[in-house]
Design a protein. Sequence first.
Length: 246
Amino acid sequence: MRHWTLASRYGRFGIDLVRLVHGGVHKASPRTPGRRTGLTRLPAPFRKRCRTSCREPPGRLDQPAPWSLPPSTYRRGNRSADARGTETLKPRRAIGRAGALVVVQITLVGERQAEAGHEFIYRGPQPECTPCKVRSACLNQDLGRRYRVTRVRDVSHPCLLNEERARVVEVEPIAPDCSLSARVGVEGAVLAYEKLVCSNGACPNFRLCHPVGVEPGMKIRVVEVGRELECPLGYSLVSAKVAYGN
């Protein structure tokens, strides 16, 4: 019966694998090449590895293969002769935080505006802000965007612009609802906002067509598409909830 050989490790002529495992290797004499001087057995770890991982002819193994044993034999602390050197690794808890890391934007506003839910439009620095020591923390918003105060902190600084103290607050950008052309009003689309040319202040859609907090050319992302709008000028418009695109 033919057996597997390990020609790559023990010579190009190969050595019978069954003899390797159960019998050993005959070592040639250094003085007389080809003369056998004795039987040299393989190391114990190699023999164990061969018994459990190599296929051998029928009748040579008295016990079933490790992969055919029930799962109970692989549990830690319950090793048997059939599953010698084999055990199941226990699952470990993943390394990392359970929730995503949220970046909080901090700025300063006047004492009168320091209320949760207050909204404002950032218009940029003023000449009075030049000598301020905390101007880098106060002037850190994007020009023309709309922000909402989410939390007020118990830290205040003197403010030369408001002639009072400024309070440290946490804010989030919040874009107002606006009107979009029906051809670009697709949920998930990112586009540059285009302002409509219209001076009809009596139109019920005037606030949607001229939103405060979204400038022409500003990148926005469509979050939700609303109802169709009736335009006296004949434009095909829809209302939409948008967010600022980064």
